[in-house]
Design a protein around this ligand. Structure first.
Ligand code: SF4
Length: 437
């Protein structure tokens, strides 16, 4: 066993999964820092005495990635490269007993709402005065902004409520305080996230209060872009669109996972909406906010999905021309409602169907992007890569959507700044342009 001098009280936090998990890691890191730990996020230094892995337990691939990461650090611990190894997050919430039995090298496993207990294990205190405080892991000009935890929806395929519990909204005052704190730190863009954004307020205000929250957040000085992720179609609060139209700093952008385009499959998925009602909703959204960019997420290969059902979804995607689209292959998750059905679509067919949809979407994205050539957009610059400064328009969320590239040799922009860019060329997922005054 090789021994190495590990830095006492140094913690390396590793985050897997979604932006909500990243938010939780940032909260945890702020608490650790306030307890005098030296904290890093996904450091390659290998000198941290303590490693905390915040896992994902959503679907097969994500679970496998979490398990591989735990095993990698368990081996590092055996090699003396890590002293203490802790695991938290969704996979740990869902499979604690199994993981404890299979990977005894891990010192302790924690659930998704176990931060105080995790801190106690590290002989640290949970500092209530820090509620909402975070150590950002994103570039300092944007931040994910979780407005609620958990989910009350009955979607048949989804294990998230098993790991995250019931829907709990964070009060508006607290969120406004958090946003003001982030704006003081230089954050200009907030990505609003939750399991179901549009359910916001139903628990604590007994009404859908996303529109109220948006008005308050839009008033926070310094916040120039507010972006909506994870909206739910059925019962969609149309007053949100009014606020989007009314306020310049709310991006004309909506991420709304729709999951499928066949009413039969939507029914089996317990989504509480039909294809026809979905089409009407999308039509109303586009009428209310002309030019809005709509992102959606679908599932291919749900139990019982026939070739006809898939073709219906394919035709619907072709007709709907979503601006941004992602697709998962169905993952048979135990303890979900769908688990009682037979997972009868072979993996190869699931993959083939998902690939067909993405091929279709790449053509749609190419055509839509051609319409942007010659137009000028406000762009927020995120990074430098190779010969380019790279940024996004209000129609693009970080890491998942299109990017705007301008040549370094022709211009200079500061990362984190906005600038106007005239688009001169476009391909499937990237736009190229020049700075204009
Ligand atoms: S809305 Fe449905 S898919 Fe989304 S987290 Fe809730 S149960 Fe899962």
């Amino acid at each position: 066993m090789k021994t190495r001098t590990l830095k006492k009280n140094k913690v390396n936090v590793v985050t897997l999964g979604c932006s909500k998990n990243l938010f939780d890691s940032e909260i945890m890191m702020a608490q650790l820092k306030a307890n005098k730990f030296e904290v890093q996020h996904e450091s390659m230094d290998d000198d941290a005495e303590i490693v905390i892995i915040n896992t994902c337990g959503f679907i097969d691939n994500a679970k496998q990635e979490s398990i591989d990461t735990i095993i990698r650090y368990a081996e590092a611990k055996q090699d003396g490269i890590v002293d203490k190894l802790y695991v938290t997050g969704c996979l740990s919430e869902r499979y604690k007993e199994e993981l404890e039995a299979e990977i005894p090298e891990v010192d302790s496993f924690f659930g998704t709402r176990d931060l105080p207990r995790l801190l106690k294990t590290l002989k640290a205190d949970y500092k209530h005065e820090l509620i909402g405080e975070r150590l950002l892991t994103t570039p300092s000009h944007f931040a994910y902004f979780k407005i609620a935890e958990g989910c009350d929806r009955p979607c048949s395929f989804c294990a998230i409520p098993l790991m995250r519990g019931k829907h709990v909204s964070t009060p508006i005052e607290e969120l406004v305080k958090q946003a003001e704190g982030l704006a003081r730190k230089g954050v200009k863009e907030l990505m609003l996230i939750a399991q179901d954004l549009t359910y916001y307020g139903l628990d604590i205000y007994k009404k859908r209060a996303l529109a109220d929250l948006l008005r308050k957040l839009s008033d926070v000085e310094g916040i120039e872009w507010i972006r909506l992720h994870y909206a739910y179609p059925s019962g969609f609060p149309l007053d949100v669109l009014e606020v989007m139209k009314e306020r310049d700093n709310i991006c004309n952008y909506l991420d709304i996972p729709l999951q499928h385009g066949s009413t039969k499959v939507l029914k089996d998925m317990r989504r509480g909406i039909t294809r026809e009602k979905t089409e009407k909703l999308i039509e109303n959204i586009r009428k209310a906010v002309p030019g809005i960019a709509i992102r959606t997420t679908l599932i291919a290969g749900y139990p019982g999905e026939t070739e006809e059902d898939f073709q219906e979804m394919y035709d619907w995607v072709e007709q709907s021309k979503f601006d941004r689209l992602g697709i998962f292959t169905y993952s048979h998750e135990e303890n979900t409602h769908a688990y009682s059905a037979e997972d009868d679509v072979p993996d190869a067919v699931k993959k083939e169907r998902a690939d067909k949809i993405m091929e279709l979407q790449s053509g749609i994205s190419y055509d839509l992007n051609q319409q942007k050539v010659g137009k000028t957009f406000k762009v927020l610059f995120d990074r430098v890569e190779g010969d380019y400064f790279i940024g996004r328009t209000e129609f693009d969320s970080p890491e998942v959507d299109n990017e705007v590239l301008i040549k370094k040799e022709n211009a200079y922009v500061r990362i984190g700044d906005f600038a106007k860019v005239k688009i001169s060329k476009a391909d499937h997922y990237d736009l190229y342009g020049e700075l204009v005054d």
